[in-house]
Write a new protein. Structure first.
Lengths: 203, 472
């Protein structure tokens, strides 16, 4: 478990990669609903993929010794679909994940990751599979997910990845935590609000 | 890029400003909160020394964790009790209306808000729950958000969002007898896939859609998210207006004409441009049941579990995972698959008309031996209306349990859970692995009437056969 959570400008994620294969991995699998019974997120790191890990009795990627301490998660298609629970990226973050690369992500999950300062980068299916194979062939290697260069690289190899322009700028500038920007627009917000006839129930 | 759709119009009216990262700040007209995704948001708000921007536009209820047998406080589960107590404390502190247990209005958040007339056409609606898409049935733009965004909406009554593309799903014809809104949406998800809607808002339209009641429309928009679309909506019409009229939070009689005029002005223009359009024939849709571990793995009641060769290559790995998890072999007809538990309820299908449809099947029949079947009304209002019609007695006489309102076994955060490898016929929205409370539990999604038919026969059944018997 890591406790130094993302903060400020984020231009790189470094560390080992962990491969989790499969399309449509939903947030119920990332963190089963029974663990949502909490009023804070503190204990979620240990519970990430709880049921999948029970099913695989020690053979789940998140249980394998060589993956402990990994920072960059490599997934496949439509990762994080289903429920809006932020508990899912919270659980991944508390386990140690600081960046994710996949073929595609479900939208709410993607936004939740951004709100925590976790970049989600994408690459075509064939490239993802190549990266996964490379990680698995040398699981002790350190990698750099470089947002500025838009690459994932090891001392031996480098692949280009893409990341949406808006989220990229937010991460690089450290403005991925939206609250302060939103409350700064109080005057404009009030204008928009009072132009909407339903605000005063059409009176 | 779409032009002239309801989505475009509502988006423009709620746009506050463009944010540095390229996203748009959007005003949120209605913020619904509940006990699961709000406690951390309130804590974060306080950490930042912020307050709630629009208390009057923030409405709370408790639904996910409530027990459905005894709702006496304190709850027997101390964690559930702590979550509700935290919500109560936060609502009191920030002067937010909480429709709590016994208030007469408590219920699944997406059942409660429409009943109270809180959800209206042309609004933006946000809630820390992915099934917020339900409210799109009124011609609102409604989307699920995460806890950090709940904090943002509490603090600023707005959210940072990127504009979606708009896909129109046009349904010609009419649904046949014994085919319900649930079948329509399961069919659409099967055809377009669980990620087909990523990046899109879904506009549901066409004669089959506009013939539906508001409750049926809610079932459809509810599951837009299961098709990957963050929001789904239906243009408001007479059905929408007459549903809203007289509801506690709807506009008064005096302003009614003004409201209708504004609501109508938001409807998608005749010459609107969509980013994509898909055509369906509603009369070809049959009762639909999921067999696998994603809501896209659906089958018509007369079909069999597909062989991998018949599937697109990209769908084969998850199908293989589903054969093994569901313990269902390719070639097995879905009709006749034996079940253990029947669940009628949820934000998808826990409304009065859902219970009426199921009761028509249950009436005068008995739940098959060894089957556990239970009905969980979507809200206290639904429970009352159902009891007034005697639906509770019909269910109880047939051998169903009649429970108190809540989310219940849709996601099993309360004591209602599958055990071991039990298989359920469920009127809820997700059949993910472990979804209903057992890490090896299995779920078949279907309409409430189909769940009732499964309960009576102890196996997946074509509800049209029972409907035909009823007419003899």
């Amino acid at each position: 478990m890591k406790t130094n959570f993302p903060n400020g400008k984020i231009s790189k994620v470094t560390g080992k990669c962990i491969v989790l294969k499969g399309d449509d991995i939903d947030t119920d699998r990332i963190i089963p609903a029974r663990f949502l019974k909490c009023v804070n997120f503190n204990s979620l790191g240990e519970q990430v993929f709880a049921d999948d890990r029970i099913e695989l009795t020690g053979n789940h990627p998140f249980d394998k010794n060589h993956n402990q301490g990994a920072s960059i998660l490599i997934v496949n298609d439509n990762f994080g679909c289903g429920s809006s629970r932020e508990h899912a990226p919270q659980a991944l973050m508390r386990w140690g994940i600081r960046g994710i690369i996949g073929q595609s992500f479900a939208e709410i999950f993607y936004g939740n990751c951004l709100a925590l300062g976790i970049p989600c980068a994408i690459a075509p299916s064939s490239k993802i599979k190549t990266i996964q194979a490379s990680v698995e062939s040398n699981n002790k290697m350190n990698w750099i997910l470089d947002l500025q260069q838009k690459t994932i690289q090891s001392p031996k190899e480098s692949w280009s990845i893409s990341i949406e322009k808006g989220p990229l700028e937010m991460l690089l500038s450290g403005k991925w935590d939206a609250t302060s920007q939103l409350i700064a627009q109080e005057k404009k917000l009030t204008e928009v609000m009072y132009k909407l006839p339903y605000i005063k129930n059409f009176k | 890029m779409s032009i002239g759709t309801l989505y475009d119009k509502v988006w423009d009216l709620h746009r506050v400003t463009d944010l540095p990262g390229g996203s748009t700040q959007l005003f949120v007209g209605l913020h619904l909160i509940h006990e699961v995704t709000s406690p951390q948001a309130f804590a974060a708000l306080e950490e930042k020394n912020l307050t709630v921007r629009c208390q009057e536009r923030t409405i709370a209820t408790v639904d996910h964790i409530v027990p459905t047998i005894s709702q006496k406080r304190p709850f027997s589960d101390p964690l559930a009790e702590e979550m509700l107590a935290t919500l109560e404390k936060n609502c009191k502190k920030h002067k937010i209306t909480l429709h709590g247990i016994g208030s007469g209005n408590q219920g699944v958040v997406h059942v409660m808000a429409p009943e109270l007339g809180l959800t209206q056409p042309g609004m933006t609606v946000a809630c820390g729950d992915s099934h917020t898409s339900t409210h799109g049935a009124f011609g609102a733009i409604a989307f699920g958000i995460g806890t950090s965004q709940v904090r943002d909406v509490l603090a600023s009554q707005s959210i940072a969002m990127n504009k979606l593309k708009v896909r129109r799903l046009w349904f010609d014809g009419q649904l046949n007898k014994g085919v319900y809104a649930k079948d329509l949406i399961l069919h659409a998800i099967r055809k377009l896939g669980v990620k087909g809607g990523v990046g899109f808002a879904y506009e549901f339209s066409g004669p089959a859609i506009h013939a539906l009641s508001m409750e049926e429309r809610m079932t459809i928009c509810n599951m837009a998210i299961e098709g990957g679309a963050r929001c789904g909506y239906i243009n408001p019409d007479e059905t929408t207006f007459s549903y809203l009229k007289g509801k506690p939070n709807a506009p008064d009689e005096k302003e009614w004409g003004k409201a209708i005029k504004w609501w109508e002005s938001l409807c998608t223009d005749k010459n609107a441009k969509f980013d994509d359009e898909v055509l369906f024939d509603a009369s070809q849709i049959t009762p639909t049941v999921t067999w696998g571990i994603t809501p896209g793995q659906g089958l018509s009641i007369n079909e069999s579990i597909p062989f991998p060769e018949s599937l697109q290559e990209s769908d084969r790995p998850i199908a293989k995972e589903a054969y093994s998890y569901m313990q269902l072999q390719p070639g097995t007809p879905i009709q006749g698959v034996e079940i253990d538990v029947c669940f009628i309820g949820s934000c998808t299908n826990g409304r009065l008309s859902d219970l009426q449809a199921a009761a028509q099947i249950a009436k005068g029949r008995k739940v098959a031996k060894g089957i556990k079947a239970f009905v969980v009304p979507g809200s206290e209002q639904v429970a009352k209306a159902a009891k007034d019609e005697g639906l509770d007695n019909i269910f109880v006489e047939a051998g169903f349990e009649w429970r108190e309102p809540g989310c219940s076994m849709c996601l099993a955060m309360n004591p209602d859970k599958l055990e071991g490898r039990q298989i359920s016929a469920s009127s809820s929205n997700r059949n993910f692995k472990g979804r209903q409370g057992s890490s090896s539990g299995r779920t078949l999604l279907m309409s409430p009437a189909m769940v009732a038919a499964a309960a009576i026969n102890g196996k997946v059944t074509d509800v049209r056969k029972i409907i035909n018997e009823n007419q003899l």
